[in-house]
Design a protein around this ligand. Structure first.
Ligand SMILES: [Zn+2]
Length: 361
């Protein structure tokens, strides 16, 4: 912990604490000792072994340094900063609580250790329900090559100007890295763009005002469609959901390779699903085969949602997941129209059985 209570019940930062005084843990009020030396980040530790709820020992150097860096960064950017402030109404203690003027308070969590998605969801919802905004910044254990099964993805957040994004803090260089417009296309590596800010020379405001331009992804051209489809099927073979999908296809008299070409994803999408997008599209194919004739707009939306919902990944920090899912459904209706799977008849849609046949494979 970076903050302790002195004899006058004042909170003191370990960086400026004096060695002669007695200090107590702000959580359990047991005595703590100042640790400061040439190599250690100044911090406090309980004198005796304790089962303190507020502060567990074994906080990493990275975590201690990162918290101080963030505190300094926000303070020099004009924020009121409280380190390790206990929030009694939530029973939560964010690493840092910042506020600019009378704006909405923002909880910053610098995560360097494992955290279950259930705990992450509970903490994130706790903040939001009590009127706090929350940002998760990820430390070194999460800074590996990003892929669809990365532990980092459960921290995925969304805002209009950054799309789906993640924030990382690199304590070595005291810099914040923003990975924005994180997108997935089946059987391809995740794509994203990166912006880096030096917390020693750039203010928090320059991060908030960052409006990166989204470069448009490249798509396979029409004449490569068939080749792309074969490649996709071959690559997906080892991914989650493939065997189940193959079994689902067999049950309905086909194979994955025989799925109609309109089911093959060709546009990068937000990483919302726990399986490839092809699985969702195939399920739409199956469902439409069961519903010949005409469907109303709301019926189409309900059908697409019913197929999508069980495939959504748990994204504990993604407040706009429902909204993003609605965007996926709207885009899917456009695609189904373009591909003549659905033909518009006034306000209704005619299901085109020509496009609902198994291919040759
Ligand atoms: Zn304690």
């Amino acid at each position: 912990m970076l903050i302790a209570m002195d004899a006058q019940h004042q909170l003191v930062n370990a960086a400026t604490a004096d060695r002669q005084s007695d200090y107590h843990c702000p959580g359990c009020v047991q005595p703590v000792r100042l640790k400061r030396g040439a190599v250690v980040v100044p911090h406090f530790a309980h004198v005796h072994a304790t089962d303190c709820d507020a502060f567990s020992e074994g906080e990493s150097t990275e975590h201690l340094r990162g918290k101080q860096q963030l505190a300094t960064w926000f303070a020099t950017s004009g924020y009121t900063v409280r380190l390790e402030a206990g929030l009694p109404d939530l029973h939560q203690r964010p690493d840092i609580l910042v506020q600019r003027g009378t704006g909405q308070p923002l909880a910053l969590e610098f995560q360097c250790s494992p955290l279950s998605v259930a705990r992450l969801a509970a903490r994130t919802q706790g903040y939001r329900q009590h009127g706090y905004q929350v940002f998760w910044l990820l430390g070194r254990p999460y800074q590996r090559q990003l892929h669809l099964n990365s532990k980092a993805l459960k921290f995925l957040q969304y805002q209009q100007r950054w799309g789906t994004f993640l924030l990382f803090l690199d304590v070595q260089s005291a810099s914040v890295r923003l990975l924005h417009h994180i997108l997935t296309l089946d059987a391809e590596p995740l794509t994203y763009q990166t912006s880096r800010l030096d917390t020693r020379s750039q203010s928090v405001l320059s991060l908030q005002q960052l409006t990166p331009k989204m470069s448009s992804p490249t798509l396979p051209s029409a004449h490569l469609q068939r080749y792309y489809q074969q490649l996709l099927v071959a690559r997906l073979r080892h991914q989650r959901g493939f065997d189940v999908l193959q079994a689902d296809c067999y049950q309905r008299g086909g194979t994955i390779a025989q799925l109609p070409s309109w089911t093959m994803p060709t546009t990068p999408q937000v990483p919302l699903l726990s399986v490839p997008y092809l699985v969702w599209h195939a399920h739409v194919f199956f469902a439409l085969r069961q519903r010949p004739g005409c469907l109303t707009g709301p019926q189409i939306k309900a059908l697409l949602w019913d197929q999508l919902r069980p495939l959504l990944a748990r994204r504990a920090c993604l407040q706009s997941r429902g909204q993003l899912a609605q965007q996926l459904i709207a885009a899917m209706i456009v695609t189904l129209g373009e591909q003549q799977v659905l033909i518009q008849r006034g306000t209704d849609w005619q299901v085109n059985s020509q496009q609902l046949r198994w291919g040759k494979g």
